[in-house]
Structures are given as structure tokens and as C-alpha cells.
Ligand binder design. Sequence first.
Ligand SMILES: [Zn+2]
Length: 483
Amino acid sequence: MVSTEFELSVGLEVHAELLTLSKMFCGCPNEFGGEPNTRVCPVCLGLPGSLPVINRQAVEHVLKTALALNCSIAMRSMFHRKNYFYPDLPKGYQISQYEETNPIGYRGWIEIPLADGATKTVRIRRVHLEEDTGKLMHLPGGGSGVDFNRAGVPLMEIVTDFPPDVKSAEEARSYLQELRLILLYLGVCDGRMEQGSFRCEPNISIAPPGAETLGTKVELKNLGSFKAVALGIEYERSRMESALARGETLHQETRGWDESAEISYPMRRKEGESDYRYFTDPDLPPLAFDEETIERVRASLPELPGEKRRRYRESLGLGEYDANLLVADPEWAAYFDEAVSAGGDAKLVCNWMNSDFARLLNESGQRPRTSKVTPERLAELVGLIQADQITGKIAKEVFDTMFATGDAPGKIVSEKGLSQIADAGELAAIVADVLSANPDAVEKYKSGKAGVLGFLVGQVMQKTRGRANPQVVNNLLVEKLTE
Ligand SMILES: [Zn+2]
């Protein structure tokens, strides 16, 4: 049900686990999965007398992200204790960062691509550093257990600004995809939604357009994919609209998403904000940044997805579809950049990558970097086509061989005798043969049916196994037929 009576608003809270070697405040390895409770120590278990030490790499990851999201940076940033009781929280509090301008980054923005090719600015309220909790799990023999392997893993929280800029399920999806891609380009998070290293909790409300205040918020949890995010938001919108149409009152609550049934279910009611009794962590010194560090990190930022798409379109002349396809995968985009710097024509390289190369990689389950085709070899192949040394048809054969063997295209061409025949003298004899073998076609051409020329060109190509230069063949045929 799509109604025009209400306007949808979506605030988005993202938790991203940071790619570091060790946990946030101890030396335990930061890895996914594993035997429960094998990566724990007195610090991440919160045993009395243990003292936390700040992970510098995690701080730098958040600083990098905050700068990439155009945030202001807090020159002095504190850690706070967020106190609450839950079995997955060994210390009885979570170390986080509270207050408006205390998070490492605050008041930023990103541009997200929209379906119609335009972009929209989404404001970011905060980017802060905290630690992940453990995981509750049902035991096979009944009852529940807690795995603390994840407890203390560095976690970055990114929250959009208020009132929300995101006004539809599609915009929410685009925002999350763009944000995830930025984190991948920065190398700060692996973005695996299915493993929970990139998690999103939207808060959703509807209100009449132009209303002074937003409607009652519902927070949605357990969204394991971008598809689930979009479906969940749409589901909530229509559930709330129907409830209001029946004259019911909405409650502020947290709901879970059932992925298989594609419905949400109530988890808990919220009666106002919880009181977490935040206070500054007495065991941790404040983070202090200086201009020099900030500028060093800013200068180290890679080219981000938005800039990359723009460069591909404006400087390299790629279409929007092709540019998006390349940028959507950092490894793919880096491969493309290398092939172009090796001298490959951008449009031709892109065409080969998004067609034959992508198909062969899919079929063989390889990644571009693990395949035998290097960016330099692809550039070389494209160069042979441009220099008229091989035809487009032969190039496909060369590419298949190159993919299988890793040989240089020039070597394949000379070994297999695949080079193009563009010499008119050499082709004239074959053209003459084709004409004498096809008197009917010659008659048709002479009686004005010019379309038959394509058939004759095809005959010559067949005789040369695709090696003849089609333009030279074309010219020769016309010459002979109009003699
Ligand atoms: Zn530990």
C-alpha cells in the first residue's frame, strides 16, 4: 500500500566492526567465529583489576572514516561507560562515546546515488568508537550460553542526523550501500552483513507532510541484508499507516524482522529513553588529535566511490551504468585503474571487463586478482585490437586462451597465427574465390540488392577463420562487384 497521506522518515544507525588485529582494549585477536570463549582475557571479560589499553589502529580507522564522511573532528574525545545489565555484557557497562561534539567525528554528510541518476545529500550526526558485546546462543542440549569472543571487538557507530534526510526505503538502501562501499574503500571494515560485521538498525516513523514533529518511532532489528532493510521499512510504513487508519495509537517500540516470513514482530516497548548513567571512563585517557595528524590521515584517504564514478564518467567518458558497475567492487575498480594506467583504452578495457572477463570469472569462481589475466595483459590485448592487429572476433579467442594459460596476447597471436590480414593483395585472391563460388549472390547484388554484401563478407571471414580485416574485405568486394 503506497499512500500519499503520510511522509516516511528513516534515521539510520550503523554498527561496523573494525578490521584490526586485536580487540579494542586488549591483545585478544579480532577474528570472526571460532570455538566459543577461546579469544578472551581478563580485560575483555571485565575481571577486577584489569586495565584497558586503547587500540591505536581502531582510533585511526574511525578518524579516517570521519574525514571521509566530511565530519568535524573532536580535538579531544573521551570514552564513557554506558551502564546497563545484559548477559552478553561481561563488565556491566559498554565503553562508548557520548555527547554531541565528543565523538571522534560529528556533523558530516555523504552524497548517495539515486535511481534517476541524481544524488542526494544525507547528513551524518556522529561517528564514534565503542566496543562490541558478546553473543547469546541457544545450546543444543537446551538452555543458553554466552560466547565472549566478540566482546571487546572495536565497533564504529555511524548515525544519520535528525530530522532524517532519508525519506524512502530505496534511499535507505542506497545510503547503506554507499556507506558500506566507502568503508570497503577505506579498508576499515569487511562489510559482511551476513556475518554481522556491518549491521544496520533503522528507526522508522510516518507523519503528515509538513508536520512540525515526527511520528512515533519504531526501531527495526535483525536485518541481515540490504533487501531485508528495504522490505522491513516498507512493511513498517504500511503497518503503521493501517494502524492509524483504524484509529489505533502507535507505540514507540523495538521490533524484529523475520526474514523468511517477511514480517516484523514486537520485541520490546520503549517508554522514553533509558537512563544509562553515562560517565567518563576513569581508566582511559581522552584521545587528543592535532592538526598535523588529521591532515596526514586526510591526505592518506583513497579515491572514494563518488569521486571515482565522477572521474570515470567525466574524464574517461564511461557511461553511468559502466561506471557504477566498476566502482561497486573496489578490487574490480583497482584492476580497471591498473589496466588503464598500463595504456589500455578505458572504454575497451571496461567493455572487456564487464562482458567476457566477468563471465569467465563467474563461471570459474575466481576473483580478478587470482585469475591469470593481469591488468597489463588486458591492456595489451586491447592495444592489439586498436592497432588493427587482430579482429574483434579473434580477440575473443585470444582472451579465452589468455584466461586459461596466462600467456601474453601477442605470443598467443603469433603462435596460433591469428594476426589480422589487412593486406589487399593477400585478400584479393580469397575475394575472387568467394565471388566465383557464389554467382547467385553476385547477380542479386548487381540487380540492386546491396544487402547481400554482408553475406559475401561473411564468406571471406569464414575462409580466413575470422582474421580478415572486415573493412578491407568490404572495399575489395564493392570494387570487384562494380567493375
Ligand atoms: Zn581480551
